[in-house]
Design a binder for this molecule. Sequence first.
Ligand code: PMP
Length: 426
Amino acid sequence: MSALHDRHRAVLPDWLALYYEDPIELTHGEGRHVWDADGRRYLDFFGGILTTMTAHALPEVTKAIAEQAGRIVHSSTLYLDRPMVELAERIAALSGIPDARVFFTTSGTEANDTALLLATAYRRSNQILAMRNSYHGRSFSTVGVTGNHAWSPTGLSPLQTLYVHGAVRTRGPFAGLTDEGFTEACVADLEDLLGHTHRVAALIAEPVQGVGGFTAPPDGLYAAFRRVLDRHGVLWISDEVQTGWGRTGDHFWGWQAHAQAGPPDILTFAKGIGNGMSVGGVVARAEVMNCLDAHSISTFGGSPVTMAAGLANLSYLLDHDLQGNARRVGGLLIERIRAAAAGVDAVREVRGRGLMIGVELADPATGAAAPEAASAVLEAARAGGLLIGKGGGHDTSVLRVAPPLSLTVAEAEEGAALLEQALRTL
Ligand code: PMP
């Protein structure tokens, strides 16, 4: 164990999870690569969804951060904050939500907290629908809508939550159905649920489940849900913390794969928009956003330095068509990963869209989830110089691939070859 790991364990909570038996200390990054304290270089196929959406040490973003930090860092709640207004204008226009208002937070958890605060206040109800296997954060309210209990630090909740089928296709009562059959069964389940509940405030859902293992419903499922929700006055919160900003390639937001539904009532975002700075937020139409009788609910949300990072990052992303890059390079990458996985018995499914690709592992003999295999592949990939993530329902047996959106074709080929090597150690 490294000396720093010893010190980490002595002073930080036991539940602050670290990847790898011998955890990595990252010292610097550039583009799609990071280096550890021993000078080893890794291709980063996970940081893209955690923090570094665009590229490590992107000069346009670091310059904007340094310039703003050298000018003024103050609260955005009592004084006008030009970068915050500018970023809000841009996000409101991109959101697809009519008459949109944007509220900035410092994390995805806080963004979802705020969305739940809005929905419950607007509807005067603390009943929430959430998806099975979902992940929305680790605060008191967001744990209460997280169906993926592997990630919940507590089972206590201030909300009354009902969990809905619709995100997981490889297990559960609706496994193995066609897209149409699955959608029909889930809609019937939702209708039945709403027919026997009190007033429900909102459905919160990730268009593609992130922590849950990059699993998604058939396109259009949320449009079908929306028709039912509308009849009951229930709001739709789309948690775009992992799916926003073009990550899925075909769409700028994940909800657009269900576009017949129109935009959600509330959209939440975080993670990569600050390219590593703590930026999260909520977008809602004015009527919903303004239902709170509040002065302000954050000191640091919208802080000028993080907003400057967000503005520079968003400009880079749009100017370089990184959504198109995610579609093109992601399409090639999933093909290569499918080919790499073809001869590996333990791979149950390779799925995903854009630069959000999951490789689900299972015991070839029993079909049971294979979390040990996932950990072994993670270690082997690291040994080969590739960082990937893992996730999945109660069992963490899905490998997650989510590089920065600026990934090149050569890096996609290199990463797929390294992943193949790692899979072949099974
Ligand atoms: N929603 C989703 C879909 C997420 O993946 C996460 C983080 N994994 C969150 C919310 C919480 O975001 P944060 O960690 O920034 O609080």
